[in-house]
Design a protein around this ligand. Structure first.
Ligand SMILES: Cc1cc2nc3c(=O)[nH]c(=O)nc-3n(C[C@H](O)[C@H](O)[C@H](O)COP(=O)(O)OP(=O)(O)OC[C@H]3O[C@@H](n4cnc5c(N)ncnc54)[C@H](O)[C@@H]3O)c2cc1C
Length: 445
């Protein structure tokens, strides 16, 4: 066994093939994988039946079993990363640490602290790209500034792309593992969570579905999207593998994956979006924030069946179809004039595929406050959206079985009136900034 201990710190790369941090670690020594259940993140989760925690826990359990067959283990710790690393450095002869770079503000801060600590202790640190094809400053304008509009970003992304990038770590990885006895991992109860429903853990790429993706992706009533969001979130599949298949099968699907990287770039370059509007003028909108209407939206009782179906799907499964995410987000911010941050937080607590950058981007797009956003004067008509995207009511009937009966609530607001109110509220709040807003208008309606 190579006497140099290289720790592969797993975070968003919970798999054993095509892993850049593993590749980096195996080039430096015998590899011992580590995962930290971070109390800084877990302690903020109010719902103790959180599906994401269950997903990670079940995935790690499977990985640990496989690693133990190879004579090593997966160290699973629970605590503040700074404290955990101090203990590990005392207990183990670590010579290097390898992990995939993050783009979220918390991850960046955490990694800076840990990196500094490790280096002070004479441990080499290697940060690698793994969670996206391009990251940080790799897709920027000629003058080095970040893009704030999707289409030119996408064009540049494609111009810079070379197929070799997808092959980065796809050669077989045969690490020399650090040999050690199995170490127990904390149970869900020890983490402070309850065991929740079993989730399909194995990612699969449905080639037939992807070939037709451009025809089926807008229809929530059928199985027409990849459902890979959660796997891209936690790295149970490699983005290079997904991109490779996408490029062979469907250009539209490639573009969606580029949206993901566009929003990552926005969050990295404009971290103020986490709490404020991308465009500052939108922070002056006087949200109504009616608590009872918010509760009707959360509970799927707005009297608009497509909105209600989406909110109920989210609550029951942790998933919502993209078209419906757009409709419910538009409804909350425009029809009800409720602050997009309320909706964003509701989604963040429930989505299995929750990704800060995409969720924030999607919400600010719907509210009109984001980069490349929907113009404020375009207000989705939830009834027309239903007629167009769920004409046979397959989706609505599944999630709102009482639709069409006396049990179903009347509309919480009248569409024409709510539309007028939204436009005039936005208009007066934005005043002199209206021209600028219109010029940047997206065309996704
Ligand atoms: C208000 C709102 C909130 C959203 N919140 C999230 C979120 O928290 N996490 C998240 O991954 N996506 C989010 N999205 C984007 C999109 O709805 C989901 O990625 C998609 O529905 C996931 O299902 P899928 O894997 O079947 O997607 P597919 O249609 O099969 O797309 C494949 C992958 O491409 C990426 N993708 C697709 N559409 C988008 C998009 N518009 N923006 C960014 N990436 C995209 C995702 O990684 C997705 O898994 C949000 C969209 C809106 C409008």
């Amino acid at each position: 066994m190579n006497q140099k201990l290289a720790i592969w710190w797993m975070r968003r790369d919970l798999r054993l093939t095509d892993v850049c941090a593993l590749q980096s670690a195996m080039e430096q020594g015998s590899v011992l994988p580590l995962f930290i259940f971070d109390t800084q993140i877990l302690d903020k989760l109010e719902n103790k039946r959180d599906r994401r925690v269950q997903f990670i826990h079940s995935t790690l359990t499977g990985l640990k079993e496989r690693l133990e067959k190879d004579g090593t283990t997966l160290l699973v710790k629970h605590g503040d990363p700074g404290t955990v690393w101090r203990e590990l450095v005392r207990e183990l002869p670590i010579s290097s640490v390898h992990y995939a770079r993050d783009h979220e503000p918390y991850g960046l801060r955490r990694d800076e602290t840990v990196r500094t600590f490790l280096k002070e202790n004479g441990i080499a640190v290697s940060e690698v790209k793994d969670i996206s094809v391009f990251e940080r400053d790799e897709v920027v304008k000629d003058d080095g500034k970040p893009y704030t509009v999707y289409t030119p970003y996408m064009r540049r992304w494609r111009a810079l792309f070379e197929p070799a990038q997808l092959a980065a770590c796809r050669k077989p990885q045969r690490p020399e593992w650090w040999l050690t006895d199995p170490v127990p991992m904390p149970s869900m109860e020890q983490l402070g969570f309850e065991v929740t429903d079993h989730l399909g853990l194995e990612p699969s790429i449905d080639q037939g579905l992807l070939s037709n993706y451009h025809r089926t992706r807008e229809l929530p009533g059928i199985n027409g999207t990849s459902r890979l969001g959660v796997h891209l979130r936690f790295g149970t599949i490699s983005v290079r593998e997904v991109m490779c298949t996408a490029m062979e099968l469907n250009e539209k699907f490639v573009n969606e994956l580029i949206w993901r990287e566009f929003y990552m770039s926005i969050l990295y370059h404009f971290p103020h979006v986490v709490t404020r509007s991308f465009r500052p003028e939108y922070d002056s909108i006087p949200w109504r924030n009616d608590e009872a209407e918010f509760q009707a939206w959360c509970g799927g009782r707005t009297g608009y069946p497509l909105v209600d179906a989406g909110m109920r799907e989210l609550e029951a499964t942790g998933y919502m179809h993209n078209r419906v995410r757009m409709v419910v987000a538009s409804f909350l911010t425009k029809h009800l004039l409720i602050d997009w941050r309320w909706g964003e937080a509701w989604f963040a607590a429930r989505l299995l595929d929750y990704e800060l950058s995409s969720n924030n981007g999607g919400w600010q797009w719907a509210a009109g406050s984001g980069c490349d956003a929907a113009p404020y004067f375009r207000v989705f008509n939830p009834t027309l959206q239903l007629d167009r995207f769920d004409p046979d009511l397959r989706y609505v009937r599944k999630w709102v079985p009482e639709y069409g009966t006396s049990e179903y609530p009347p509309p919480v607001v009248d569409h024409p009136q709510a539309r007028k109110r939204a436009i005039s509220t936005y208009q007066s709040a934005l005043k002199g900034n209206v021209q600028r807003t219109d010029a940047r208008a997206g065309t996704l309606f």
